[in-house]
Each structure stands twice: as structure tokens, then as C-alpha cells.
Design a protein around this ligand. Structure first.
Ligand code: ANZ
Ligand code: ZN
Length: 825
């Protein structure tokens, strides 16, 4: 049977695009449009998740390019990281060679998928040309006071032998151990090994300085999915409260942090974190407390038992009641949260309630529901369970009857406290004890302390890789020992490297000027292209990468390296997971994966792309289906044959007639509809419209003697509307119809919809009540103009709505095609 041979046409058109530099984009274009997919980690091969991600941006970029936009659509490599070191160990090579091989084969796979990138802008984060700017930026951040060296209790993965950021710690399953109680533990995001805690000195970016702006600006990021914004809000975790000083006779005053100052009259005990200085002071003369603290420090944070704690024998004075309340050291109070101390109110806090029950501590109610609250005050028994809502004060002396909210304000004054805002967000520890990353450009001198590597000595390049346990940089004696830049004495380089999330926090800026030699990027060009208009990638980056990139952008803008770019990504799409045919996430371990390579060989890239885009909207899960892959392939062959029949003169054509008018209107309406759907990232709807048009054209060709112009325009339009998703077949048809040049550079079909299309659209978008208004304002005079040009589901609704609005019914019902929908409904 006639058809196209994907193994021949795909490489052919890929070469043609490259020869014609179709995807190359110059700077300084008017109305620049920046379409970007999260760059891949260089694992060596593309999986279906990548293919889906990159098909989305490629289709959108091609669509915009055909519409005459100046589209930047670059690609690069997130190429530092631990797996390269592991692979190097396994294969007895080095991370660099392994990574470069991976890059080469992945670049080839991307090309075989027909993705159109401006390869002149390719970047790889493991190249000194790139990572020197990480070092440069580290120094500039340090000048701005955004780099600190802090001792911190850090997450340590014993298997990867590195520190992990909080974001890199996930909940995992406890290993099966005979005496373990199962449940969740914190594990390394990479290797699932349970993590340990270690106290170490680290370099930090003080992202907390930007907590307020990072939080506030989320409200205006309406091009982002709500769930991602909410995850960032929670991650930043702003708590507005107050601090108040409590006296513990014999010790220093202790500041507490609370978000519920209104409950202070109900504080019946006081609690210190094991790491609090006063807890440590008490431990000096109290063995029981000392033992508890030691135990708590070793314990896994996840075995956290809310009731765990020890009475110190000391008492704090509740400034509200004047009463003495017992002081405990308790594990659930975290050292680095708030002030590391709190007053506890068992009646109104769940954890305090549980603790009080276990330690037989008084529970005193000081808040009850207001009259208009859902809860009835009589139903509340704080001895049984904490009442955690706001309400009105009771048992609070002269303040009884005050509302919680007012009490919180009033009490700040009364108890000589201070308003205080706390964030969950911690500073970003960037030190990693690994080889394959950006060396931190610092030198340690015994006399001068930490000294920066001077700019003229950048980049600090990685030394040759050596196989060793621990950090290969520690073993690089020659590289490590240098003269102190300040005093010239013996000094040692910092051997930690940067978290690879530093690399990905600004790579989108480097694409705008990849060869720039004076700075990480050219301020003018970056500011022209930025922000990214459409950013597409996985939801797993909701808090790490996407928060760090926002932080970097703000710092760079404040440092005048950018001009007026406060946010990096205007619109964000998180593509859904790709599931295997068994309904589980495709994965190596499950063995349910489908290799992109195999699909390309068997059906071609266009089929894979079409299947992916038709099967589900980008954000939704996509279930692999061999049957639908087959159907996508047949459809492409059908479209091609339609064009081929016509071009071969196999179709007898005639003059225009009524039917031709109708088909012409459908062509326009389809173009309008598909355009709208592409704009809204509803690619599956756009493709549905194309399928409908193709089947109409096929019927038109088979059943009548079609008008040649109309038929040709129909085929061309269908092929163009399909081209962003199936670009090779698009080119093939374009050529078969005798056009010069490339379809990738052709103009997008004229997208003015017939007037009735607009009417229908307004009808379906409005409620029944609005119909009469619409009829009046838009006017539906001629029943024949009530659309034929909308999707079937619309037609149903048009009829449905018209039925309820009596003056429209006669008009709608006179329309022959719509009558069918009326009957069916
Ligand atoms: C008294 C109180 C009474 C509190 C009450 C809550 C309810 P959320 O609740 O998430 O906003 N807290 C303060 N420092 C802490 C620390 N270092 N470790 C653990 N918990 C700490 O968090 C704020 C509350 O967490 C604070 O308000 C404090 O308990 C507790 F009915 O103070 B509250
Ligand atoms: Zn020195």
C-alpha cells in the first residue's frame, strides 16, 4: 500500500531543517518568545518522560514559529552530579568521558525525535566555560552578603557519602529490621538509603533573605499551576507570631516563639529543645537531662515521639498568671525553629495535649468557640482533645471575652513581647563532598581564614579524576595545595563542590548569550529574552529548582545583572507522568517501559509525538497504549494519502458549489479552533479538530466531485495544523503538493473564524440564562449560520442551550445538521 516510509523521510527532513537553519534565532528580534523545557540530566538515554516533555515544547515552539513569532527554543545538559561518578567507577572510566558520551547519544536521540533546537546555543554545565560562572556568581553573591559559612546539622547520605539539602530528603520506607517499628523514614532522594544527621560546616546561600519576596510574588504568578504555588508557599512556610520572654529562676531569660499568644493564660508547662543553651546549662548539673539530650541528639528525627521528654526540675514563670510551670526538655521542640523554646498549651495544641496526657500535666481551657462558630462551646471538652481554632478568651483574667485575634495583638504589648515572623524555609546549603561538580572558589589559610580565589584565577578547574573512597578532591594533593592569595603562605583549596541545583538556577540565562565571555550572560540580551514565556518540566521540581531559580533571578536583578526581570518563568506547565500499559509509572524496575528508540524505529518519531499529544492534555497522566500508537500511525498515513491522491490527480474536481462553501467554512473554523487550542496548550483538542477536518475532506473527496482549490486548501490546512506535532509528515505533504521551501517556515493558516463560530463559542461558554442576551447582542438571524463549525460536544451544547431559550429554538432546529444533535440528545 502507498504511504510514506518514516525511516526515509524523517532523517531527510531533519537534515533539511538543519541545512536551512530553521531553528536558529538571532538576538534582538522583536517580540521575542522564549519556550523552554527543563534540560535533561545526562543519564545517557532519553526516556518517555523526556520525550513527552520535549514534544510539548517543540510542538508549541513550532506553532509559534509558524505564526511568525521569533522563538528561542534551546537545549543543553545538566551534566554534573553523582551518577556520573558512580558510572565512572563501574565502567572504570572517568566522569567527564562518560558524561560526554551520554551527551552525544542523547543529542542524537533528540534529533531523531525531530525536535528543533538552536544548537548553536547548546550548553553543558560540566564545562569550565559554564561552571566558571557558578564560581563567579558565588563570589558576587558573597559580596552581596548572600553567602555564609555556618555550622549546621545536616542530612548525610551514608551511601552517596554526601550532604543533602532538606529538599533532597524524601519520605521512604523503613528497612525491614527485626526490631524496627516500620513506618516512614527520611531517605536519600537518589538512592533511597536512610539518611543520618551530622554536624558540619557548610557554605550557604542565604535564600531566607528573600523569603518574603519569594512568597509574596507567588500571588502574581498566575501562569503557574496552583498546586506548585501552594507547594512553594508551604515550603516557605511563613508563620506570623510573637516572641515573649519567660523567666526561669537561676538561668537566663528564655524567649519563646508562638503563633498563639492568645493562649498564654493556658500555658501549663514550658519546653526547651535539646539543643537550647539553657537546656544544655541545666544538663551540666542534671544527669537525667544530660542523658536525655544525648539520646535525643542521636535519635532519628523520624522516630519522633511527641510524648518523649524529661522534666528538668526547674520552673518557668508564666508572665500572664504569675504561676510557676514545669520546664521540660522535649524532642518535639526543634532547635533551629523559632527560638527553640515554647510555652505549651495542652488545651489548644494537639502535640502539647498528647505530651500533657503522657506526663500528667494540667490542661486548662482558655479559648472557646464564638457564638457564630460551627462548634457549640458545650460540646468542647479540652480534657479529651485540644480545641485548636480561634475563639473568645476564657480563664484569662481581665481579658475574658476578647477575640483570639485581638488578644494576640493586645498581649504583645501587655507581656512586653515582639512581633516576630518565622519561616520554614532554611538557608540553602550548597556544599557537596563530591568530585563531579563546580569547585567552590575558596582557599583556606591558617592565618587569613577563608580567602576567595581572585577573579583572574577563575575558573578553578577540576583536577583529573581519581578512583578513591570519599571525595577525590581531598586526594588531589597537587591541586589542593596552593599559596594563599592574601599572604602567600601555604593554604588549601576548598574541596567541596557546589550542589548541582546551582547550575540549573541560571542556565536559562546562559542560553541567551552562550558565548559571552565577560559575565555569566549578557545583561541586555538576557533581559530582552527573559522571562521564559513557556516553561515545561516535571512536578518533582516544584520546590527545589523552581524556587532556587526564582531566588537567583531576584538576586541577579537586584545586582543589576538583569534589568527588571523579577521572575524567570511566566507560564509553567508540569507534564503528567507517563504510565506503562499496566497503568503504573514507566520504570526500569517495573520493566513496563517503552523505549523511545524502539518506537522511532518501528513507527517513526511523528507517530510517537502524535500519540503522546493526542492521548492526554500535557498536565494529565498519559497511559501508553500500543493500539493508540498504531491508530496514530494509520492516521498519519491517511493524511498523507489524501494529499498524495490529490497531487497524483487521482481526484476528479469540479466548480465550487454549496458543499464547497460548507467545506471552506469548516476549514476556516478548524484553523480557528485548532489555533485557540494550541494557544491554550490543549493539543489533544487541536488534534481532534484536525482529525475531524481530515475525515470531512475524505468524505468530500469520495462522495462528490470536489472543488480543487477548496480541497487543496483543506489538505494544506490540515497538514499545517498537524505540523507542530508531526513535522516530518507535514514537510512530506508540503513537498508533495508542490510547494517550495519548508513547511516549518511556512505561514500558519489564517485563523479568522466565520462569524457563526464566534456565536457558538459564546453560546457554549455562557450559562443558559445568558443565552437570550447573547442572541440579542450578537444576533442569530439566519438559522443556517448557527454553526456547523464546532466540535461535536459543542454542537450538543448549542442545541441543549437553545432548547431552553425559546426564541432560539426555532432557529437552531431549522438547521439540518444541528437537528441530528437535537434528536440524539
Ligand atoms: C503556644 C501555642 C499554643 C502554640 C497553641 C500553638 C498552639 P504552627 O502551629 O505550625 O504555626 N513552636 C514554637 N517553636 C517551636 C519549635 N522550636 N519546635 C516545635 N514547635 C515550636 O507553629 C507555631 C507553633 O509551634 C508555636 O505556637 C509553638 O507552639 C510551636 F494553642 O505556642 B505555639
Ligand atoms: Zn593567608
Amino acid at each position: 500500500e502507498r504511504g510514506f516510509d518514516h525511516t526515509a523521510i524523517e532523517p531527510h527532513w531533519q537534515a533539511a531543517w538543519e541545512d536551512a537553519d530553521v531553528f536558529r534565532i538571532d538576538d534582538g528580534a522583536e517580540d521575542p518568545e522564549y519556550v523552554l523545557a527543563m534540560f535533561p540530566y545526562t543519564s545517557g538515554s532519553l526516556h518517555m518522560g523526556h520525550v513527552r516533555n520535549y514534544t510539548i515544547t517543540d510542538a508549541f515552539a513550532r506553532f509559534e514559529r509558524m505564526r511568525g513569532e521569533n522563538v528561542l527554543h534551546p537545549m543543553g545538559w545538566d551534566s554534573f552530579g553523582l551518577p556520573a561518578e558512580n558510572a565512572a567507577e563501574e565502567r572504570d572510566t572517568n566522569p567527564r568521558d562518560w558524561t560526554m558520551q551520554c551527551i552525544d547519544s542523547m543529542r542524537e536521540q533528540l534529533t531523531e525525535m525531530g525536535f528543533g533546537y538552536d544548537w548553536e546555543r547548546e550548553i553543558a554545565t560540566c564545562e569550565p566555560e559554564y561552571y566558571q560562572w557558578n564560581q563567579w556568581l558565588f563570589k558576587r553573591f558573597r559580596e552581596e552578603g548572600l553567602v555564609e559559612r555556618q555550622g549546621a546539622e545536616l542530612n548525610w547520605c551514608p551511601s552517596c557519602e554526601t550532604v543533602l539539602a532538606d529538599e533532597q530528603v524524601e519520605e521512604g520506607e523503613a528497612p525491614e529490621v527485626p526490631h524496627g517499628d516500620g513506618g516512614a523514614v527520611e531517605v536519600c532522594w537518589r538512592c533511597d538509603t536512610p539518611i543520618e544527621h551530622r554536624e558540619m560546616d557548610q557554605w550557604f546561600f542565604t535564600i531566607t533573605d528573600y523569603a518574603e519576596e519569594l512568597l509574596g510574588a507567588l500571588d502574581d504568578l498566575d501562569g503557574w499551576p496552583n498546586n506548585v504555588r501552594e507547594m512553594q508557599r508551604n515550603w516557605i512556610g511563613k508563620q506570623e507570631g510573637a516572641s515573649v520572654a519567660f523567666e526561669i529562676p537561676g538561668y537566663d531569660e528564655v524567649d519563646i516563639f508562638t503563633t498563639r499568644l492568645d493562649t498564654i493564660y493556658g500555658a501549663t508547662y514550658f519546653s526547651l529543645a535539646p539543643g537550647h543553651p539553657v537546656a544544655q546549662a541545666i544538663a551540666e548539673d542534671n544527669d537525667e537531662v544530660a542523658e536525655y539530650i544525648e539520646m535525643a541528639e542521636q535519635a532519628d528525627e523520624d522516630d519522633l515521639d511527641v510524648t518523649s521528654g524529661v522534666f528538668t526540675g526547674e520552673y518557668a514563670v508564666n508572665p500572664a498568671t504569675g504561676e510557676e510551670i514545669p520546664v521540660y526538655v522535649a524532642d518535639y521542640v526543634l532547635t533551629d525553629v523559632g527560638t527553640g523554646a515554647l510555652y505549651a498549651v495542652p488545651a489548644h495544641d494537639d502535640r502539647d495535649h498528647e505530651f500533657a496526657e503522657a506526663h500528667d500535666i494540667d490542661i486548662v481551657q482558655v479559648v472557646e468557640p464564638t457564638e457564630d462558630a460551627d462548634a457549640d462551646p458545650d460540646d468542647i471538652d479540652v480534657q479529651e482533645a485540644a480545641y485548636t481554632e480561634d475563639g473568645v478568651l476564657v480563664n484569662s483574667g481581665e481579658y475574658d471575652g476578647l477575640h483570639s485575634e485581638d488578644a494576640r495583638e493586645t498581649f504583645v504589648e501587655v507581656f512586653d513581647g515582639e512581633h516576630r515572623t518565622e519561616y520554614n524555609l532554611r538557608d540553602w546549603g550548597i556544599s557537596r563532598q563530591r568530585y563531579w561538580g563546580t569547585p567552590i572558589p575558596m582557599i583556606h589559610c591558617d592565618d587569613c581564614g577563608y580567602v576567595e580565589v581572585p577573579d583572574e584565577d577563575l575558573p578553578v578547574e577540576l583536577p583529573e579524576f581519581v578512583h578513591t573512597t570519599g571525595n577525590p578532591l581531598d586526594a588531589a594533593e597537587e591541586w589542593k595545595h596552593v599559596d594563599c592569595p592574601d599572604c602567600g603562605g601555604d593554604a588549601v583549596r576548598e574541596t567541596d563542590t557546589m550542589d548541582t541545583f546551582v547550575d540549573s538556577s541560571w542556565y536559562f540565562l546562559r542560553y541567551t548569550s552562550p558565548d559571552f565571555e565577560d559575565a555569566p550572560f549578557d545583561t541586555d540580551r538576557a533581559s530582552d529574552w527573559m522571562p521564559v514565556d513557556q516553561y515545561v518540566g516535571g512536578i518533582e521540581h516544584a520546590v527545589m529548582h523552581l524556587l532556587y531559580a526564582r531566588f537567583f533571578t531576584k538576586v541577579l536583578d537586584d545586582g543589576d545583572l538583569l534589568e527588571g526581570v523579577r521572575e524567570p518563568f511566566t507560564n509553567l506547565t508540569n507534564q503528567g507522568m507517563v504510565l506503562g500499559e499496566d497503568g503504573h509509572k514507566m520504570s526500569k524496575s517495573r520493566g513496563n517501559g517503552v523505549s523511545p528508540q524502539r518506537i522511532i524505529e518501528e513507527y517513526g518519531a511523528d507517530t510517537a509525538r502524535l500519540f503522546i499529544m493526542e492521548a492526554a492534555q500535557p498536565e494529565k497522566e498519559l497511559a501508553w497504549s500500543a493500539e493508540e500508537v498504531q491508530s496514530a500511525h494509520s492516521f498519519l498515513q491517511n493524511v498523507y494519502r489524501l494529499a498524495d491522491d490529490y497531487a497524483a490527480g487521482a481526484v476528479a474536481t469540479d466548480e465550487a458549489d454549496d458543499i464547497a462553501d460548507y467545506v471552506a467554512r469548516e476549514i476556516d473554523a478548524t484553523a480557528a479552533r485548532a489555533t485557540e487550542e494550541y494557544e491554550g496548550f490543549r493539543f489533544n483538542h487541536a488534534l481532534q479538530a484536525v482529525r475531524e477536518l481530515v475525515s470531512l475532506l475524505r468524505r468530500y473527496e469520495d462522495a462528490t466531485t470536489p472543488d480543487a482549490d477548496v480541497l487543496e486548501r483543506g489538505i494544506t490546512t490540515a497538514a499545517k495544523l498537524l505540523a507542530p506535532v508531526a513535522p516530518h509528515v507535514g514537510e512530506e505533504i508540503w513537498e508533495r503538493l508542490g510547494h517550495d521551501g519548508l513547511m516549518a517556515e511556512a505561514e500558519w493558516p489564517r485563523a479568522e473564524a466565520p462569524a457563526d463560530y464566534a456565536v457558538a463559542r459564546r453560546l457554549v461558554e455562557n450559562t443558559r440564562e445568558d443565552v437570550r442576551d447573547i442572541v440579542d447582542t450578537v444576533g442569530i438571524e439566519n438559522p443556517e449560520t448557527i454553526t456547523l463549525a464546532v466540535a461535536p460536544e459543542w454542537k450538543h451544547r448549542v442545541v441543549d442551550i437553545a432548547r431552553e431559550a425559546d426564541n432560539v429554538v426555532p432557529a437552531v432546529m431549522q438547521n439540518e445538521e444541528l437537528q441530528q444533535y437535537g434528536e440524539a440528545a
